[in-house]
Each structure stands twice: as structure tokens, then as C-alpha cells.
Design a protein around this ligand. Structure first.
Ligand code: CMP
Length: 143
């Protein structure tokens, strides 16, 4: 089954949006298979954002993601990668549609509350980077 990696960033945690974000993914019908609150090391942050290494905002991005606790999650379901990206909204919260997480709660591209994998293959890479296999729980809703 398809999986995606999502992380509530330090701004989302500090603004008390963890429950709201999880609620939206649960309400949609996706299955939570991994969840942890963690301080992100500089090494993990740099690996996670490796594709942005040459961008001018890279140092600030690493500084920000390591600045406070993050809630790392793995969600499972058919089409979950693209669907979670839709629920999250555009990278810049100012242009994100109302009804999306960033559209409803954010105003800054550098403080956009949540990260979501942009493709199935990226999701695989990010899940392996952030989670050990034994931290993931495989289960199927039966109700
Ligand atoms: P995320 O989905 O975590 O992936 C890369 C992040 O880089 C993105 O969300 C933004 O938070 C950040 N980002 C993208 N563009 C800019 C920018 N112009 N200035 C600051 N941060 C940016």
C-alpha cells in the first residue's frame, strides 16, 4: 500500500496545530502507521532537504527545522502521496487554497507548517530517512 511522509514543522507544533492536522488526515480516511515527536538533528535536516542544498534559503531552512520539536508521521492509503499534498496545499500559504492546511493557517513560505513528500519515490526515501522499520505499525482498519 502507498505511504507518504509528513512532518508538522516547529511552527505547526508551537501553534498547537498537531491535532488539527492529524484530524484532517484521519477524517479523509488515511491510516496513520508511524508517529513521533522529535528534535531534528542538523545531519537529518541537511539530508532531508538535500535537493535544496544550493538554494539561498537552505541555511535558514535547516536552522528553522532544527529549532524546535517536529512531529514526524507516516500515512498510508491509496493515492496518499498526491492526496496529502492536496490537503496540505501549495508551498506558499499565501497562494494556497482556503480549505487546505497551509491556506487556512499560514502566511509565510518559510513557516508553512507542514512538509509532505512530493512523490511516491520521495516518500520512500524520506520514510527510510526518518523512521526505523520497527517504528512503523502495519495495520488495516476493520470497522
Ligand atoms: P517543504 O515542503 O518542507 O519543502 C521545502 C521547503 O523549503 C518548503 O516547504 C518551504 O518551507 C521552504 N521554502 C521554499 N521556498 C522558500 C523560500 N523562497 N524562502 C524560504 N523557504 C522556502
Amino acid at each position: 500500500m502507498e505511504r507518504t511522509f509528513l512532518a508538522v514543522k516547529p511552527d505547526g507544533v508551537q501553534r498547537g496545530l498537531v491535532g488539527e492536522i492529524i484530524r484532517r488526515l484521519e477524517a479523509k480516511g488515511f491510516t496513520l502507521v508511524g508517529l513521533k515527536l522529535m528534535k531534528v538533528s542538523r545531519e537529518l535536516a541537511e539530508q532531508h532537504y538535500d535537493v535544496h542544498r544550493e538554494k539561498p534559503f537552505f541555511p535558514g531552512l535547516v536552522e528553522f527545522i532544527t529549532s524546535g520539536p517536529v512531529v514526524a508521521m507516516v500515512w498510508e492509503g491509496e493515492g496518499v502521496v498526491a492526496s496529502a499534498r492536496k490537503l496540505i496545499g501549495a508551498t506558499n500559504p499565501l497562494t494556497a487554497e482556503p480549505g487546505t492546511i497551509r491556506g487556512d493557517f499560514g502566511v509565510s513560505v518559510g513557516r508553512n507548517l507542514i512538509h509532505g513528500s512530493d512523490a511516491v519515490e520521495t516518500g520512500r526515501r524520506e520514510i527510510a530517512l526518518w523512521f526505523k522499520e520497527e517504528e512503523l505499525v502495519s495495520w488495516q482498519p476493520t470497522l
